[in-house]
Design a protein around this ligand. Sequence first.
Ligand code: 4NP
Length: 148
Amino acid sequence: MVCLGNICRSPLAEGIMQHKIEEKGLNATVDSAGTAAYHIGEPADRRSVLTAKKHGIDITKLRGRQFEVSDFDEFDLIYVMDESNYENLKIMARNDADMAKVDYIMNMVSPGENKIVPDPYYGGDMGFENVYNLLDAAAEEITKKLEQ
Ligand code: 4NP
């Protein structure tokens, strides 16, 4: 799960996905990262933590990290939130096989439409609830893909 800062959207995505993996007993691991270095080592944004908590998910232990080229080897599926994340990974990708692992997370719900999960950083709390609902729907589709 990849966003810009790894403090708002992708930690929520990780928490939601981890919750579903445990709930459904899936054999999968999930992690998150940001394309930027601003928030390395920091906990998730307070508003993401609260939004997750409201839905019974604890993301207090997550810490920000930056996406690394080795993540293309480490993971089979890499989901981005918006076009800026996508373009940043394109710059880091070594070949077509790396980029073949990358998709917009909302394409799990609306295939091929490249819809984005809007950056809630500068908005109010409602933006975080919207992000939660988008990510929960996408994560549900990812679990179906993993169960196939
Ligand atoms: P995120 O949100 O990419 O969902 O973690 C942001 C967090 C921090 C910044 C921008 C977006 N920032 O500019 O510091």
